[in-house]
Ligand binder design. Structure first.
Ligand SMILES: Nc1ncnc2c1ncn2[C@@H]1O[C@H](COP(=O)(O)OP(=O)(O)O)[C@@H](O)[C@H]1O
Ligand SMILES: [Mg+2]
Length: 247
């Protein structure tokens, strides 16, 4: 069974369809890149998956259960995590305190009030600070972190909640080339043990991380395949003509 399955999903605003009969299947352990020109419907697609927007039509199944009618809160409790473009770290708290707060926002609040300092909490904390490269920054007040470090902490915060599905909208926005490369290494480590859907414009980043790429255009699926297949697809090349392009 696939982890996430969108079938014939549409989202209409009046007469306009931001998403138009979209099918999307994501398997467990997969890292899927979602591409498409501005206005293609990528962010709306993520909004529908997390319940921030309601589908007008179609089904959204998570591990076989239709979640299209659930609230954003209920979907989060089912383990769907999302990293937003706008940072949500507490700037006055340290890296460690931020991760602790995120851990305590876990599925069972009573259990987790007690458990950050126990084995499970500390183990996850160690693994995540290693992965995001912020172990040496544990006691640094988060407001002092660089842009890249703040973004990695954001990724760490979502991971602390042990998501079954992780959605990221343009995670490398504003990053330097080096920071972008490091982020690709983080994602490559997560592949297999986590299921990720990543919206990204930076093709050098996509090339580093992508297995299967889904390209959207005008709310529809335009193409799906490997990076080589996508780059050589005439329809894809056509929709990117006259824009900054698929590089
Ligand atoms: N709340 C809304 N009301 C009306 N139109 C919207 C709304 N949200 C998004 N749209 C439209 O839906 C289309 C897809 O937007 P979006 O999902 O943000 O695209 P992308 O993330 O691929 O750039 C755009 O044309 C956008 O203007
Ligand atoms: Mg968007």
């Amino acid at each position: 069974m696939s982890l996430l399955e969108l079938r014939n999903v549409s989202k209409r605003y009046g007469d306009f369809a931001a998403i138009d009969g979209l099918d999307l299947t994501i398997n467990k352990g997969e890292l899927r890149c979602l591409l498409g020109p501005n206005g293609a419907g990528k962010t709306t697609c993520m909004d529908l998956i997390v319940g921030r927007q309601r589908v007008s039509e179609g089904t959204v199944r998570l591990m076989g259960t239709d979640i299209a009618a659930l609230s954003e809160h209920q979907i989060a409790r089912k383990g769907v995590g999302r990293k937003f473009q706008i940072p949500s770290v507490f700037k006055e708290l340290t890296v460690r305190q931020n991760l602790e707060v995120a851990f305590n926002r876990n599925k069972d609040p009573f259990l987790n009030m007690l458990s950050f300092k126990n084995f499970k909490g500390m183990k996850r904390y160690d693994e995540i600070t290693d992965l995001i490269g912020l172990k040496d920054r544990s006691n640094t007040v988060s407001g002092l972190l660089s842009h890249g470090e703040t973004q990695w902490l954001e990724i760490g915060l979502v991971l602390m909640q042990d998501p079954v599905l992780l959605l990221m909208d343009e995670p490398t926005a504003g990053m330097t080339e080096q920071e972008t490369y490091k982020t690709s290494q983080i994602f490559n480590t997560l592949k297999g043990s986590h299921t990720l859907v990543v919206v990204e414009h930076d093709m050098s980043f996509v090339r580093e991380i992508a297995d299967v790429i889904t390209v959207m255009h005008m709310g529809k699926l335009l193409a799906e395949g490997t990076i080589t297949e996508i780059e050589n697809n005439p329809q894809v090349r056509n929709v990117y003509l006259g824009t900054e392009g698929i590089h």
